[in-house]
Design a protein around this ligand. Structure first.
Ligand SMILES: Cc1ncc(COP(=O)(O)O)c(C=O)c1O
Length: 388
């Protein structure tokens, strides 16, 4: 067991997970206690209460994203949403050896699923990215084959914050009649995501990246654009149009709905505040230490993320000097794993530099005072280790 620290460090890991917003918690509470009904119990008031809460949450998600409430399919998180989007299409089109295109910096919940789907008869192309983590739209176009059924490209990367040109890719898919899926787990709440301008057919989201609870997410399935087939990957119930069986996680769903409603009202101000912190921290580092490498683009990146690689310095040494700050030395899934991150590798960052990478993820509850403390600590650490 880890010893409990006397004071908790400043939280700078909001790309790994976010704290539950107190307003979300308040909305969820009744459904963890008195209103405990099963949303599928159609014959009594407990069930009706739960079903009506789920309906409201569906409307909150659809109102944020500009899709229909009926397009929202509840899952346990973005991992499951990505699995359903990819494997569900492979199952539906398995007779035609379906070809899938994705790219190298996707979350493992896309890359590994696409790779695994080859066992069920798919063919997979994983496109390279440039040094900023961007996939080239032309590469996507060139990779299309007569049997391409699905293109899955994330909206924004969890490690380096790169925002992909998904609108252009979605337009190509529309032109060619290919299903387009995007993993928007990191983008929701930080990038404008409107289903009417982004013609994506499927979008994955996750509760715990947007100040909602863990263990809940959604896959937006928009058959309005294009009628395509999707088959379930779990069996044993008729929930969610027979696409995702299992008793609905009512408190989690209510929390995800409320988290979306808050984003709808607060996102503009929140992003401006986070962008201000990001600019402040980036310029403080770059002015004094030009050899520190910013991973990912300056402009087309998430407003809350900074990923720095520091030459000739090991992440463990940095962690010691940065005590009191909760940041990540890669993606949360990769920390503790000595292998350098697949994202940085795909961007051509040498392994030694990839190992000395720090990721800061600011969030809704980050304060100006905290940002200044982190900058102070970071600059002191860099001063100690970098000989300019
Ligand atoms: C881009 C991206 N996709 C998928 C996931 C997985 O989401 P979840 O934890 O909801 O399964 C994450 C979480 O790290 C992520 O950042």
């Amino acid at each position: 067991m880890q010893p409990k620290p006397l004071t908790m460090p400043i939280y700078m890991d909001n790309n790994a997970t976010t704290a539950v917003d107190p307003r979300v918690l308040k909305a969820m509470e009744p459904y963890l206690a008195a209103e405990f009904g099963n949303a599928s119990s159609a014959s009594h008031a407990y069930g009706w209460q739960a079903a009506s809460a789920v309906k409201k949450a569906r409307e909150q998600v659809s109102s944020l994203l500009g899709c229909r409430a009926a397009d929202v399919l509840w899952t346990s998180g973005a991992t499951e949403s990505n699995n359903l989007a990819i494997l569900g299409v492979v199952r539906a089109y398995c007779k035609q050896k379906p070809h899938i295109i994705t790219q190298a910096t996707e979350h493992k919940a896309v890359i590994e699923v696409a790779e695994a789907s080859q066992e069920w008869g798919s063919e997979v192309t994983v496109l390279p990215v440039d040094s900023e983590g961007l996939v080239r739209v032309e590469d996507v176009r060139k990779a299309i084959q007569p049997n391409t059924v699905l293109i899955s490209i994330m909206m924004a990367n969890n490690e380096v914050g790169t925002i992909q040109p998904v609108e252009e890719i979605a337009a190509i898919c529309k032109e060619k009649g290919i299903i387009f899926h995007t993993d928007a787990a990191q983008a929701v709440g930080k990038c404008g995501l409107d289903c009417n301008s982004l013609r994506a057919d499927m979008i994955s989201l996750s509760g715990h990246k947007i100040y909602g609870p863990k263990g809940v997410g959604a896959l937006i399935v928009r058959k309005l654009n294009r009628d395509f087939e999707l088959k379930p990957i779990l069996f044993g119930g008729e929930q969610e149009n027979k696409l995702r069986p299992g008793t609905l996680n009512v408190p989690g769903i209510v929390g995800l709905g409320e988290a979306c409603a808050i984003i709808k009202s607060d996102m503009k101000d929140e992003c401006a505040r986070l962008r201000h912190f990001q600019t402040r921290m980036l310029s403080a580092v770059q002015e004094r230490f030009p050899t520190v490498k910013l991973n990912g683009p300056v402009q087309e990146r998430l407003c809350n993320n900074l990923s720095f690689s520091i030459p000739d310095l090991h992440a463990d040494e940095m962690a010691l000097d940065m005590s009191g700050i909760a940041f990540s030395s890669g993606s949360a899934c990769n920390s503790g794993n000595p292998k350098p991150s697949h994202v940085l590798q795909a961007m051509g960052v040498p392994d030694t530099l990839a190992r000395s990478t720090l990721r800061f993820g600011m969030g809704r509850f980050t304060t100006e005072v905290e940002v200044e403390k982190v900058i102070d600590k970071l600059l002191k650490m860099l001063e100690k280790h970098i000989k300019n």
